[in-house]
Write a protein that binds this ligand. Structure first.
Ligand SMILES: [Zn+2]
Length: 63
């Protein structure tokens, strides 16, 4: 079994745990409908991205 050679200092433990916290999820409000949506994602309420209707463009390209 691997055994640590030295006792880890409180400082060292703290340095490791400085990255352990969970970041809060950032939420943007949609420019078009004002609903809460994730940044860099299409608004799932009105299918727009940065104020443009993205789903309509995708449907036009497919047909
Ligand atoms: Zn929207």
């Amino acid at each position: 079994m691997a055994v640590p050679k030295k006792k880890m200092s409180k400082s060292r433990v703290g340095m490791r745990r400085s990255h352990d916290f969970i970041k809060p999820v950032s939420i943007n409000t949609c420019k078009n409908c004002g609903e809460a949506c994730l940044p860099h994602n299409i608004c799932k309420f009105c299918n727009t991205y940065n104020g443009r209707n993205v789903k309509a463009i995708a449907v036009d390209l497919m047909s």
